[in-house]
Design a protein. Structure first.
Length: 167
């Protein structure tokens, strides 16, 4: 962006800004060539920090609790609405949940049991999803890192002179 602004100033106001000198500091470059071991370790820690900020992990307990609350409250609310209004057809289908959730029914007590069952089911789903998502992120980061290391290794190998055995 700064390069474009300086280029426009050069063209419109006949200023003489060196466009090749914009953002030439080390912090703007993706690849940092260092010879000091401390600098390499510092760059590695900075890369790890950038990856952890870019690919945030989900807390399985918090994500599970959120899913559990939403699922439990939704089931309870639906049960109470159906119990109070008794619409035709819907209550017949809602009673079928009693086959899967022991003790559940379209009653006040069934609504409270629905809260517990919904929370338990939502918690298991949410925490399982968070664990699988975190595993996927970890595998993706490992593959990206391995691919980058392999490319760097191939670049180093290809840049070294080849010694011929015919000499």
């Amino acid at each position: 962006m700064m390069t474009a602004l300086l280029a426009v100033r050069n063209a419109l106001f006949n200023e003489n800004h060196n466009l090749w000198a914009v953002n030439t500091e080390r912090e703007y470059h993706e690849v940092v060539h260092t010879k000091d071991k401390k600098d390499e370790e510092k760059a590695l820690r900075a890369t790890e920090a950038a990856f952890s900020r870019a690919f945030l992990k989900l807390d399985p307990r918090a994500f599970g609790a959120a899913w559990g609350l939403v699922t439990g409250l939704s089931l309870t609310l639906i049960t109470f609405i159906v119990f109070r209004n008794q619409p035709e057809g819907i209550s017949d289908y809602l009673w079928l949940l009693g086959h899967y959730l022991p003790g559940y029914g379209v009653t006040w007590l069934g609504g409270l049991l629905g809260l517990l069952y919904g929370f338990a089911g939502g918690f298991l789903f949410g925490s399982g999803f968070a664990v699988l998502k975190n595993l996927g992120v970890t595998i993706t980061i490992a593959l990206v890192r391995r691919n980058a290391e392999l490319r760097l290794l191939l670049k180093i190998i290809n840049s070294q002179p080849v010694i011929s055995s015919k000499e």
